[in-house]
Design a binder for this molecule. Sequence first.
Ligand code: GLA
Length: 707
Amino acid sequence: MDTQFYQLKGTCSQLIVQVNEVAEIVYYGRILKSGMEAGNALTALARPIPYGRLDDDIPVSLNPQLARGQFGSPGLEGHRNGQQWAPEFIITAVHHTERELVIESQDQRAQLQLSVSVTLDQHDVLQMQQTLTNIGEKGYSVTRLANTIPLPERASEVLSYYGRWVKEFQQTRTALTAGGFIQENRRGRTSHEHYPAFMVGPSGFNDEQGEVWGAHLAWSGNHRMKVDVKADGRRVVQAEALYLPGEIYLESDASITTPRLYMSYSDAGLNGMSQQFHNHVRQEILQSRVSKPRPVHLNTWEGIYFDHDPDYIMQMATQSKEIGVERFIIDDGWFAGRNDDTSSLGDWFIDEGKYPHGLLPLIEHVHNLGMEFGLWFEPEMVNPLSELYRRHPEWVLGVDGYQPPTGRHQYVLDLQNPAVFDYLYERLDHFLSTYPIDYIKWDMNREIVQPGHGGVASGVGQVNAYYALLDKLNAAHPHVEIESCAAGGGRIDYEVLTRTHRFWTSDNNDALERQQIQKGFSYFFPPEVMGSHIGATHSHSTRRTHAMSLRGISAIFGHMGLELDPVKASREEKAAFHYYVELHKQWRDMLHHGVTYRLNLDDAQQQQGVVVVAKDKSQALMAITQLGMGTYSLSGRLRIPGLEPEKHYQITLIDAPQGVNDIVNRQPQWMQETVTLSGEWLCHVGIAMPLFDPETAVLIGLQHIVS
Ligand code: GLA
C-alpha cells in the first residue's frame, strides 16, 4: 500500500495520520496554516534506525501490535484457546471525512477485525474508539483493548489526579522520565482515588501557559491510563477499560468496543484545554438536555439526615423558598425502614411510619411553593438487613461460594440479572410515573468487589447494565433530571454525563477544602454540572467553621445549592443565604455559559482564583480565596485574563469578608474608589492584590464601560 497522509483539523489543533501497512499519528499539535506537506512528509519524518534494534522502523500505530515488533504495551491482548495471541492486522479500508478518520483492518489468520475511529471536532476535542470483532467460528478471549495516541518527545510532565472520600480531585505532577506514568482503578466506579484523566505536556505548563494535551477516558468503571516512555524516547498515551480475567469472551461475530478516549490539545495552557473541553461538554454532551437555568437546590441530607418528619420537611421547604431555593430534594431516609445506614436499601417503598399520607402532600407543598421536587435513590444497592435481601439473597453481585465484603453495610446488586434490572426499573418508574418528581439524586455509596455474573467476572457488564437502566429510565421520563453521585464525586465522567445532568462533586462542603476539589473538577467540566452547596457553619466533614462569605462565594461558582436545615438557621444566616442565592441567580446565566479561567496568582501557594468571562466579554465575575497566611506581607498583583484588550472595564468589589480592613493599615485604592481599566492593562499589568485573612474570599465584578 502506498503511503497516504490524512488530516483532521479542529479550530486550533490538528492531527496528521500516516497510513501504509499500519496507521500512525505522526502529528498532533497546533493547527498548521500552510497545509500538510503531504508530498514531503514521508522524507521529513522517516526515523533513523539505530544499532542494536530491529532492522526496520516500527511505528507506534493506533493499535500497537506485538507481532510487528512493538515492545511497548500492545493495543490488543487476547487469544483463541491459547492460539492467535499476537495478531497482525492489515488495513483493509480507510474512510475519511472532514471530522473523522476510520481505519478498518483485519487479520485473516486470527479471524479478527479491528475498526479504529478518530474524530476531531470544532471544539478541538478528539475522540478515539476501537471495535474488535471476532469473525472466526470459535470464541476469542480479550484481555485488553486500548486506545493509543503517541505524543511528541517534549511531553515531559504529567498532571494527574488522586484523592479519597471527601477529598476528590487532588492533583500531583510527575516527571515523565524512563518508564512513564500509570494509574489503575479497580474500584468499580470512576473512584475518588483516580479520576480517569490526566494532562501532559512539556514540563512547566500551567493554567495560562504552555502546550498541553488533556486525556479523559469516558468510562464509569475500572480503568488503566498511562503514558509510556519508550527506550527511544517516544511517548505514548494509552487508555482502556480494565477487563477482569476471562470477562471479555467474544462468540463468533461478537464485538467489543472500547470506551471513548477524549483528548484535547492547546498551546494556551490548561485554561485553553479546559475551555475546549467545556465547549464540547456543553454542545455535544449536554446539548439541549438542560435548556432552562439550573435551579438552586436545597438538599436535606446534612440538615436532617435520616430524621424525616413531613411536617417539619414542609417547614424546611417553605423556608427554602424564602431563601430563594428553586428545587427541593429529599435525600436518604424516606423509604421503608431506613433509619440509619445499616438497613433497607433495596426496599424502594415509602416509609409509611414516617410518611403516613405518602409523599404526595409534600411534593404538592413543594410545587405549590413554585419549586421543583427531587428524590434520592441508591438503586444499585441492597442492605443485608432489608426485605429485598431476605427475599432475594441471590441477587447480590458476587462469585458463587465466596462472600463479598460489605461496604457501608451494603452489597451491590447484579444488574445483569434481568430480574434485578426489571425490579429496579419497575420501582424507579413507579415513583416517576406516580408522583410529579422532577429530579433524582442517584447515589452509589460503595465500591464494587467481586463483580461476578453467572460465575464469570463481569465488571464491564455491570457498568453497561447501569447505563442501560439509566437509558431506559431517561427514555420513559425525558424531563426528569438526574444527578450522578457516588459518596460525593466517585462516579464522574463524560459517558455517565450523556445520561445525567450534573454531579455531586464531594460530600465535603467545607469551603476551604472545596477550593482544591472544585479546581480539580474544573479542568474537564464546566461550572454548571458541578454541584456546589453552602453547608452548615460547622462543616460536617471537617468540623471547621468558616465565615459566610467564603461559603457563599465558593458555592456561587457551580450549580449552586444549600446542604443544611434552614429552619435551624438564624434570621441573619437566612438573610445571608438569600443574599448569596440571589447573587448567584444574578450571575448564573453568565457563569453557566461563560469562559472559565483559573488564575495564575503570584502567591499561588496561599491563594487561588477563578474568573468567568461572559462570551461577549462584556462582564466577568472573579473570586480570589486566601487559603492560608500569605507567603509575603504583600501578594503582588492580580492579573485578569480573558477580557477584550481594547475594552474598558469598571472593577467593583462585590463581596468581602467582614473585617477585611481590620488588620491592614490600608487596602488597595481600587477597593475604595471606582476604577476603570482596559482589558489589556488588567491582563498584563494588573491591579494590586488586596490583603485578606486566611480562609476568606473576595468577589470582584468587572463590567464593560462604553466611554
Ligand atoms: C452519600 C451522598 C450524600 C448523601 C448520603 C445519603 O454519602 O454523597 O450526599 O446522599 O449518601 O446516604
